[in-house]
Design a protein around this ligand. Structure first.
Ligand code: MN
Length: 411
């Protein structure tokens, strides 16, 4: 990475450095949503730049309430927009220096879902998470099911309930049956949980019948976000046999507002874990396809500040995004621009890196404390869960900001 210097003032340790330049959708009060790029504490208004003739894309693409049409222009164009903005923010004689209307402070805007989500798939690709869940729900000796090392396991989730960071979520109601009950009851979930995940946004669609290879998969990935797949464990436990997750998951998933492009993350590629046994040929891949992204989960109650309860890393994933996309399309299933594919809970080996409360409290058996001294096993009403993530190398930081959500009482 060549060293870049911007004339915009950026706080130290900002996620939104000159190396990042993620895309998002924002609005000022009383104004319509439009597209921007984050830089430090500000946003570059892309429609203003396009109107000034500084970008090779018509301003109308940036005046939409979602990035889908812009992303559909293809990487050649979207990458050029990002690099053009980077150049405009670094050159000494930049025309932007006299156009203050091109800059808006993030604190003054409302962020929106950056894309219209067509379809949403959730994978289950962390071997540590799958092993922990298997130990608790099934057999401690044979925690992983026989298919796990052969297939990137996933399920089709619900796109309609994906919400932007900052959206409050009401505790879901549902059917629950514990082992000591003869019949199920209808109640508010008592085991409400989060799942620390990352999601990627499909940037190039396919036609029905087409397959994406692991080699070409990167062309189809626009960028990544932080993703909290809220989970009602008690509802999930009763309903998931035999077809998998349903209402225990579909009440809400939260997404961070800024899409960090795959290109911005390229310097942080690392080798993934060794896959044994060898996977089928359509799942084999070359090179580094994992990403070293540091992740953190914190929780706060109404009376406590943030308590960090987990520190994990996206690089732990057993199955990488290229394999997930190759697998998703191997049967000819088509994907569309704006589809979201989430990683599955990202846990590491260490207890401090577990990506869900199910694991942190080991099924509710091991309470932990928040800063105000109160104990938790699962999420209580008015608790807030916040996830943060960033990659950093040679002092260059590319981060995601945060995805946060507060749980309100049931409706
Ligand atoms: Mn999940």
């Amino acid at each position: 990475m060549a060293k870049l210097k911007t004339w915009v003032s950026i706080p130290k340790n900002s996620d939104f450095s000159i190396y990042n330049l993620p895309f998002g959708i924002f609005s000022l009060k009383g104004d319509r949503p439009r597209a921007g790029i984050a830089i430090g504490e500000q946003i570059v208004d892309l429609s203003v730049l396009a109107n000034l003739g500084l970008l090779e894309v018509n301003a109308s693409y940036f005046k939409n309430s979602a990035l889908n049409d812009f992303i559909s222009l293809g990487k050649k164009i979207t990458n050029k927009v990002r690099l053009d903005v980077q150049r405009l923010l670094t050159i000494e004689n930049s025309p932007l220096k006299i156009h203050s209307a091109a800059f808006i402070f993030q604190k003054d805007v409302k962020m929106h879902l950056p894309i219209h989500v067509g379809d949403y798939t959730d994978f289950y690709s962390s071997i540590e998470h799958a092993t922990n869940v298997g130990k608790m729900f099934r057999d401690p000796e044979n925690a992983l099911l026989p298919n796990w090392r052969h297939i990137p396991i996933g399920y089709h989730g619900r796109a309609s309930s994906i919400v932007i960071s900052g959206t409050n979520i009401h505790r879901p109601m549902g059917q629950v049956k514990t082992n000591d009950m003869k019949v199920p009851v209808f109640k508010a979930s008592g085991n409400l949980d989060f799942e620390l995940e990352m999601g990627f946004i499909v940037g190039k669609g396919t036609n029905l019948g087409e397959r994406i290879s692991t080699k070409n998969a990167a062309e189809h990935i626009f960028g990544l976000v932080l993703f909290n797949d809220w989970s009602a464990r008690d509802i999930q436990k009763w309903e998931y046999v035999p077809l998998g997750p349903f209402l225990g998951k579909s009440f809400a998933s939260s997404m961070s507002p800024w899409i960090v492009t795959l290109e911005a993350l390229a310097p942080f590629k690392v080798q993934g874990p060794l896959q044994k046994p060898e996977v089928l040929s359509y799942l084999q891949y070359e090179g580094e396809n994992n990403y070293d992204i540091k992740l953190e989960v914190s929780m706060s109650s109404q009376s406590s500040g943030d308590t960090v309860i987990s520190t994990s890393n996206f690089k732990f994933m057993y199955w990488n995004m290229m394999q997930q996309l190759a697998h998703h399309t191997v049967n000819g299933c088509n994907v569309n621009v704006g589809d979201v594919m989430a990683s599955g809970t990202i846990s590491g080996k260490d207890e401090s890196s577990f990506g869900s409360l199910l694991e942190i409290s080991w099924g509710g058996k091991k309470p932990f404390k928040l800063k105000d001294g109160s104990e938790r096993t699962f999420i209580e009403d008015n608790d807030t869960v916040t996830m943060r993530g960033f990659a950093e190398k040679e002092g260059k930081r590319v981060g995601f900001g945060e995805v946060s959500g507060t749980i309100l009482p049931s409706k």
